[in-house]
Design a protein around this ligand. Structure first.
Ligand code: PGA
Length: 266
């Protein structure tokens, strides 16, 4: 991680389908004061909590009663339409009322709910139009990784999912490189392996949006991140943080943020 004034580190916790409003509120009450003290000391670090949509308001309330800088709220998904007959969906406006961030195109959305690169791109564009920071997830499947196709897959996903962003909002985009074989498996990528793919993503972004946009683009690694391996990832100059799944609903999340803070101190 090479923090520049324009490129802060981000540690985002994707709670997935865990913690309804009551439990979410209790868990947030436990971790927010500790995260908040870390955030106060490290202005270059942003922490994002992403509970299920139904628990966003409860966690927001905790954040409002314990106001700390740079602890943000994120949704795990949204639809791209403004409003209408879309049962079960939430719109960019609705998300924006509560959140600053939104995770889009997570591999579980792509695998279980049929999201395509085209949909992810529409969602990301809608997010930017509504002043949200999209955390756009990309990453290859195990068989693609084993067949040596990672670069081609990433190239294609960048072309499709990260296309046509307006110049004035492109600096709000966050990308999460999440090799699917590393998600929830306990088998994280190596920092070197993830770093190479992330450097490629930055180069591809530069080709499309120019040098300045590529320099400010925050790119996170995701996949079995814990407090035991975060320091390796964060030490890589091109990796700007992590999207944490399983460990984000435990107190290990605080340890992860603590480790990142320690690395930034050096
Ligand atoms: P994991 O999940 O940390 O449990 O591997 C990461 C993610 O799905 O974003």
């Amino acid at each position: 991680m090479m923090t520049t004034p324009s490129r802060s580190a981000i540690i985002a916790g994707n709670w997935k389908m865990h913690y309804g409003p009551e439990q979410a509120s209790l868990f947030a009450l436990e971790i927010v004061p500790v995260l908040g003290r870390l955030a106060e000391h490290y202005p270059q670090l942003v922490t994002v909590l992403c509970p299920p949509a139904i628990s966003l308001a409860a966690v927001r309330e905790v954040l409002q009663t314990h106001p700390f800088p740079r602890i943000e709220l994120g949704a795990q998904n949204m639809f791209f339409e403004e409003k209408g007959a879309f049962t079960g969906e939430i719109s960019p406006n609705m998300v924006r009322e509560l959140c600053r961030y939104v995770i889009l195109g997570h591999s579980e959305r792509r695998t279980y709910f049929g999201e395509t690169d085209d949909m992810v791109n529409k969602k990301a564009q809608a997010a930017l139009q509504h002043g949200l920071c999209p955390i756009v997830c990309i990453g290859e499947r195990l068989e693609q990784y084993e067949a040596g196709q990672t670069e081609d897959v990433i190239r294609f996903q960048v072309q499709q999912s990260l296309a046509d962003f307006p110049a004035h909002a492109v600096q709000e985009v966050v990308v999460a490189y999440e090799p699917i074989w590393a998600i929830g498996t306990g088998k994280a990528a190596t920092a070197d392996g993830a770093g190479k793919v992330i450097s490629l993503i930055r180069r591809l972004f530069e080709e499309r949006y120019g040098n300045e946009a590529a320099t400010t683009l925050r790119i996170l690694y995701g996949g079995s991140v814990t407090s035991a391996n975060i320091s390796e990832f964060i030490a890589h100059p091109d990796i700007d943080g992590a999207l944490v799944g399983g460990a984000s609903i435990t107190h290990d999340f605080v340890e992860i943020v603590q480790k990142v803070s320690e690395t930034m101190q050096r």
